[in-house]
Structures are given as C-alpha cells and as structure tokens.
Ligand binder design. Structure first.
Ligand code: FEO
Length: 399
C-alpha cells in the first residue's frame, strides 16, 4: 500500500513499503518488511518531511506529485540522514530544483559527504520555526537518536510530532498506517526489536529527547518507520521511555549454543526447572539457528538471561561471543544472569561470560555451572538450583 494517505485535510503520508530488503542495515532480518514513512504538508508553502530509500524513489515521487497536484514543492525537511531515508533526496531535488532542504548543521555535512549536495540548504538551529501558512513547524534537535544530526519536527497546529526514527519500528504498513488500523501487538514486538537492535545503545539520548516532549501537546506521533500513532500517541512514547530505561518484565531468555547436545541438555534442564518454579515467560533460543536480532529483542523484554555455551578454541563459542559483545556494546543493564558452560579439556567460555557480566554490572545468579564433556547428575541438580534462585531473583527489584 504505497498510495498517499491523509492525516488531516492538508497533511499526508507519502511513504513506501519495503518487502525487498532482507536485512536492514545489512544485519537485521525483515521477515515482515519495513516502511519508510515520509509526510507532505500542503499549505501556502508546501513541505515534505523526510525522504525514502533510493530504490523506492519513483513510488515516493509519484505520491508527492499526486498530493501536490501541480503545486511546486518549497521545502524538504530532513529529520534524519541515514540513507534509508535520505537516499531519494537527490531525485527529489532534480524533480523540484527550487526546493530548499531544511536541516541542522550536521544534516548539511551529511548531505555534502553522502550526495555532494551543498546547494539549496537552509540550516536551522534548535527551536527554530518554519512558517508554511496555516502550519508552523518547530525543530527540536535530538542528537544521537541514533545519529548526530537526528531531530524532531513538531507541527504546532495539528500537534503532530514528526519524530524521525524515534518511536519507529520494523514491519511494513501493508494495509492500515494508523495505530487504530493495525494489529498494535504485532507492531509492539517489531518496534521493540527495532529499538533494541538499533536505538538501544543510545538509550540515554532517547531519554533526553523524551524529556523535551514533556510540555508539548502531542496528538499524533508520526515516525519514519511503522505505524502513525493517532489513537494513543502517548503509548508509543511510554514504550520507548520504558525500553530506554531498561525496564524489564518477569521472564527468562535461555540463550544456548551446543555442538553435540551436551550443553543443550543442561539448558533444557534449567528451562524445565524454571517452569517448575512457576516462571511462565521463558524464551529459548539457539544462537546457531536464531538471528541475534530476535534474541536481543527478547533480552530487552525479560529480566532474566541464561547463557549456556561450550568452550571453543579456548574461548566462548563464537556465535555466543557475538551475542555478549553486542549486549556489552549496547550497555545492557538491569538483568540477572545465569551462566552454564561445557568443555572437553580446557575451559575458556566461562571467563568470557563472567567478564561480560561484571563489566555490564549484571548480577550473576548462583550456582555458575561448568561441566566436563557431558553433564552428570551433579550438573543437572545445579541447573535445578540455578532455576530456583533465578525464579526468586526475578521477583525481587534489581539490585
Ligand atoms: Fe531509519 Fe536511522 O534510519
């Protein structure tokens, strides 16, 4: 569904849906696609807010032409320069050579370095406004959500927050575009996956941006990915607020790697133990078959994590090492962790996992379990003890 959709009688969604790209940023799977949302305000002056990925420029331009109906385009406001949004800027400028491109000083740098565009650029500062006629846009700089030039554009008459990537998520908008037209539970999961994969590292900056919204009357949140929130705009802001404060719910993610099934048997015993302890939200992932994206999404949701992995080449199994490295790089907080390892002759997995937990300030729940070659009854008993202690820790406030 790539036809323009009205937000009001003179503000339109002119975005596109991408079902072609398999990996967003060449990393993150898109089993349900993604939308690149752009918007158009048709006033005395006309303004498009954000562009789309270059591959979809023709669809984007055709939506803009349809809404403008022969009027010129006066402005392109750029909230974010990552090429999934800025890719079509050059073609838009070719089509409307008189158009001014509006962004901040960092936006101007990226325009030059990505596309060699140095003309037609109007540089705004934080809190500047742009009057279009009936509509005025106020610019709120929000650096590092999640690039240095990121900003929000607030439309002051209809109280629409054009938020760039902030409050966005994965999932194409194939039918409805509004939160009252789509399955919000599906989009909540895809939005947390987007947040945890891409924006989570910049949680402190997300908090700063959200703090700036406190005094604003926001009727609609219109981001660059995922649904437009008009029924419950505060809900998506609250979700981002909660995720960026690393708030979690009761549950455990069991992340396992196992070459010959020995570590797997311990992970299974642990998971069964958790179930017997009345933990109802348990997600088991195998790092060899589940993409990091989905593991990180669940970790962002649940308070408990159990890492169960073998030693490989004297270190942690490589696919598990990439999980813990990513979490450390994201500054993961507020979790309790269980550690299980299996080795044949020399250990090596456990010190890597312990160092990660210590650096990240995560509480390690006892016992830490280490098996040689194949778990014995002693290790299975330890798994049950770990499950009991983990269940108890889940129900306590994080230390
Ligand atoms: Fe949707 Fe950061 O680009």
């Amino acid at each position: 569904m790539d036809k323009p959709v009205s937000l009001t009688n003179d503000i339109f969604w002119v975005g596109v849906n991408d079902h072609k790209t398999e990996l967003f940023e060449a990393i993150w799977p898109l089993p349900h696609g993604v939308s690149y949302n752009a918007y158009l305000i048709r006033d005395v002056k006309t303004a498009v807010i954000d562009a789309v990925k270059n591959d979809f420029a023709e669809t984007y331009l055709s939506g803009i032409r349809e809404v403008l109906g022969g009027k010129p385009l006066d402005y392109l406001i750029i909230n974010h320069m990552e090429p999934d949004h800025s890719g079509a800027v050059g073609k838009l400028l070719e089509t409307y050579p008189q158009m001014r491109i509006v962004g901040n000083a960092r936006t101007a740098e990226f325009l030059l370095h990505f596309y060699g565009i140095g003309r037609n650029v109007t540089v705004i500062k934080d809190n500047d406004t742009l009057a279009l006629g009936r509509h005025t846009i106020r610019f709120l700089l929000a650096p590092m959500v999640h690039w240095p030039e990121t900003m929000l554009s607030y439309e002051e008459q209809a109280n629409i927050l054009f938020s760039g990537d902030a409050f966005g998520g994965f999932g194409a908008l194939d039918a409805g575009i509004f939160d009252d037209e789509v399955d919000v539970h599906f989009f909540e999961d895809e939005t947390r996956r987007y947040f945890s994969n891409i924006v989570g590292k910049y949680s402190a900056m997300v908090q700063k941006a959200i703090a700036r919204l406190a005094g604003l009357d926001i009727a609609v949140v219109a981001s660059t990915h995922g649904p437009v929130y008009r029924r419950n705009p505060r809900h998506i802001i609250e979700l981002y607020s909660s995720w960026s404060r690393y708030k979690t719910q009761e549950g455990v993610v069991v992340v396992c790697a196992s070459m010959y099934g020995n570590t797997r048997r311990m992970a299974d015993a642990l998971a069964r133990g958790l179930s017997e302890e009345n933990v109802r939200e348990i997600r088991a992932h195998d790092v060899s078959t589940t993409h990091l994206s989905f593991i990180i999404n669940d970790i962002w949701r649940f308070k408990g994590i159990v890492f169960a992995a073998p030693t490989y080449n004297g270190r942690l199994f490589p696919l598990m090492e990439s999980v813990v490295e990513f979490l450390e790089n994201e500054n993961i907080k507020n979790h309790v962790v269980g550690l299980i390892e299996c080795h044949a002759w020399s250990g090596g997995a456990l010190p890597v996992m312990e160092a990660f937990a210590e650096k990240s300030g995560l509480e390690v729940i006892r016992p830490v379990i280490s098996a040689r070659c194949s778990p014995t009854e002693a290790e299975f008993n330890a798994c049950r003890a770990l499950a009991a202690n983990m269940a108890q820790a889940l129900r306590l406030p994080v230390a």
